[in-house]
Design a protein around this ligand. Sequence first.
Ligand code: SAM
Length: 295
Amino acid sequence: MHVPAMLNEVIQLMRPKDGGVYLDGTLGYGGYSVALLEKTSPTGIVYAFDLDGSAIERASCRLAGYGNRFRPIHAGFHEASLFVDGPDIGGVDGIALDLGLSSTQIDDPERGFSFRFKGPLDMRFDTDSGLALMDVLRTIKARELERVLKDYGEERFSSRIAKAILEATKKRALSTTDDLAELITRVIPGRRGKIHPATRTFQALRILVNHELENLKAGLEALPLLLKTGGRMCVVSYHSLEDRLVKVCFREMARDSSRWRIVTPKPVRPTPEEARSNPRARSARLRSIEALAEC
Ligand SMILES: C[S@@+](CC[C@H](N)C(=O)[O-])C[C@H]1O[C@@H](n2cnc3c(N)ncnc32)[C@H](O)[C@@H]1O
């Protein structure tokens, strides 16, 4: 089961209130949505988005007791304005994004996210659309793959790994996650560190397959415009590239100091207790911005 990261800090910053309307852009197993619904009882509403249809199904079962106050939508947060920008809603009081993937996704071998299990080379959040990893690898150029491994995975051996992946793909010698993990282990030289040699490559490929940075950028541009005066957007990121996007975008917005205020001049980090008890939370960084005037 997925344990939500930085939940207390997010809820404290969002200040949910009864009667408010909130947007959970990354529903997952519903940890944030449950907390928002509890804090906004009895009339608050939560619109919750996820690209993963099975996450929507599972969380909808878990949250069925909240009835019509919980409104799950199978779509990306970057397209949320298409669903919640109507005059009937009139803006939202808070938005939360908890980026990346959930433990439920990583622990399901069939999704292909983990080098710990044998699974298909898929890695899509939304298994109903887009290209699975295998299809991406069939068409990507060596240079682009190398760039992805270097930028998204900070992989020192990006060139060597990219070459080996594309050679194996051509020979049809790569069909499962453990083929890929073995290949990476073979081509990376020297002694093994603390993390598995495939960690960085798997992370980079997941970011690529799901257009994570492009979606985040689109979400950062569109979502804040949905906020009512006093409404706050909170973003929890797990990767330095994501955090940089959030930081730069919030700073850019806050140049118009009559409309936006940065609530977290420095990113909020998990407490030592949370970092100890929830390893996923260790790299988390939380940033928040507040709408001072309606957009
Ligand atoms: C870290 S989990 C969220 C966990 C959630 N806060 C909880 O408490 O259970 C991230 C979720 O965001 C979803 N996701 C990733 N990118 C998305 C996007 N652009 N739009 C909507 N959902 C997305 C993933 O499918 C995953 O279920």
